[in-house]
Design a protein around this ligand. Structure first.
Ligand SMILES: Nc1nc2c(ncn2[C@@H]2O[C@H](COP(=O)(O)OP(=O)(O)OP(=O)(O)O)[C@@H](O)[C@H]2O)c(=O)[nH]1
Ligand SMILES: [Mg+2]
Length: 436
């Protein structure tokens, strides 16, 4: 199966299929109360198929099931220790669950990367139309295009070198035939052979502490709210620490988010020592049996040494209160700042052990290539991306969903002819049942 077909099958939603399904439903006899209740459940909770009437709650996703591997990037997915609590009669198969989740993820990236997608697709189409033959001129123009899209010089050189070799190896003469290879190589270049992982270091049965850092206005507080909302909806007990005691209004801002999401915020008055706030918050979180404590910090310019030192102190205090904590130090970077984000990452990495990046405002840039530059040049995994301003607009990063978001229309239009008539396949390899 071609790479484009695989991406299309995995992420595209095929709304027509779902419309047909809805029409069929409406033609059915009126439902009795019990059936009506089930009908109103969220779409992921389907009627069990007859052969699944028997299986009980133990069939909820577990660690040794293959589906578990597929969602490794999202530790808060129901396949983690905090498992989704399906009612016996509301069980759906793991394949169905995965399929729906993938489609939701595909739609999120597709919507969030709209600006970048238009830019990437248009530019690539123009290049292919202008340089029909695969030659050095084409590769140089491609390099130029990728650098303009914030992919980063070193990454572009690596990527295009790989493409040169692949074109030679497969004897590809027409640039038109190179589309799929380009997209495939972008995923490959992201997934290097190292032990960096997008998975969050969260464990069941302990207090997990996440420290959010970054320069002013990049989206730290908003991302904390989004993360808290995500974890709360997965039945984790979340608390927040108002560690930005510096900027006027920062404590209230976090408090408003906390009230909206329904999570407790531990704070002191403006101007207090942020390390003391963290200490208090950790004690409160321990007493209340919280699963996750997310700590806000003041925005700090990477070149202000005293502020960077303060960060080290905050981290030390957290580490003394809970061994191995903070379990994640997430650096928030604003995707719209392009290469400046890379220099921020370098400065923060020098003073503190950044364990992952939250790349915000990816929806606000047409140069979505910055993800690749960060991953390749910084060797820090991008763990979450911000794809909008709403609470559910923070999404675990996944390179395949990302390239789908960047090239969705091109992928849909360029599934090879021989693959087009093939029915959709689900991850398990089962045939997709269109009547479902
Ligand atoms: N479009 C979009 N806007 C975002 C995203 N993330 C954050 N924002 C916006 O960015 C602005 C700044 O967000 P904050 O969360 O206050 O940033 P901060 O890093 O906490 O700022 P300071 O506390 O001043 O350092 C807000 O208007 C957010 O709505 C995103 O993913 N997409
Ligand atoms: Mg803030």
């Amino acid at each position: 199966m071609s790479f484009f077909k695989r991406l299309r099958d995995k992420f595209s939603q095929e709304p027509k299929e779902r419309d047909d399904f809805q029409e069929d439903l409406e033609e059915l006899e009126p439902l009795d109360d019990e059936e009506q209740r089930r009908e109103e459940e969220p779409p992921s909770r389907h009627e069990p198929t007859p052969e699944r009437d028997e299986p009980q709650a133990h069939e909820a996703p577990s660690h040794d099931m293959p589906a578990q591997k597929e969602v490794k990037h999202d530790p808060i997915s129901p396949s983690s220790e905090w498992e989704m609590d399906f009612d016996d009669d509301d069980l759906i198969s793991i394949e169905e669950f995965e399929e729906i989740e993938s489609q939701k993820l595909g739609a999120k990236f597709r919507d969030g990367l709209e600006k970048s997608r238009h830019n990437f697709q248009e530019q690539l189409n123009n290049l292919i139309a202008r340089y029909r033959k695969v030659d050095e001129e084409f590769f140089e123009a491609l390099e130029e295009m990728l650098i303009q899209a914030d992919v980063g010089f070193t990454t572009v050189m690596d990527l295009v070198d790989e493409l040169r070799m692949e074109a030679k190896r497969r004897n590809i003469q027409e640039t038109e035939d190179l589309r799929e290879v380009i997209v495939e190589k972008i995923v490959e270049i992201y997934r290097q052979d190292d032990d960096q992982s997008e998975a969050m270091n969260l464990e069941y049965g302990r207090l997990n502490i996440i420290l959010m850092v970054g320069v002013n206005g990049v989206g730290k507080t908003t991302s904390i709210a989004k993360l808290a909302h995500r974890y709360e909806s997965e039945d984790k007990k979340v608390m927040l620490a108002a560690g930005d005691t510096f900027r006027a209004g920062a404590i209230e801002q976090l408090q408003v988010w906390g009230d909206r999401i329904g999570v407790e915020v531990v704070s002191q008055k403006e101007g207090s020592d942020p390390a003391a706030v963290m200490y208090d918050a950790i004690n409160a979180a321990k007493n209340k049996g919280a699963d996750v404590l997310i700590c806000d910090t003041a925005g700090r310019l990477q070149n202000k040494q005293n502020l960077m030192n303060e960060l080290e102190k905050v981290k030390r205090v957290i580490g003394r209160a809970v061994p191995d904590a903070p379990h994640e130090v997430l650096l928030c970077l604003d995707a719209t700042t392009g290469q400046n984000a890379i220099s921020q990452a370098k400065a923060f990495k020098d003073v503190t052990d950044v364990t992952g990046i939250v790349l915000t405002k990816l929806d606000g840039t047409a140069k979505g290539g910055i993800v690749l530059a960060i991953r390749n040049e910084m060797q820090i995994p991008v763990k979450y991306v911000g794809l909008g301003e709403k609470l559910d607009d923070l999404t675990p990063f996944d390179p395949e969903s990302y390239v789908y978001g960047l090239f969705a229309d091109m992928i849909e239009q360029n599934v090879p002819e021989e693959d087009k008539d093939q029915p959709k396949e689900v991850e398990s390899g089962e045939q997709y049942d269109e009547t479902r």
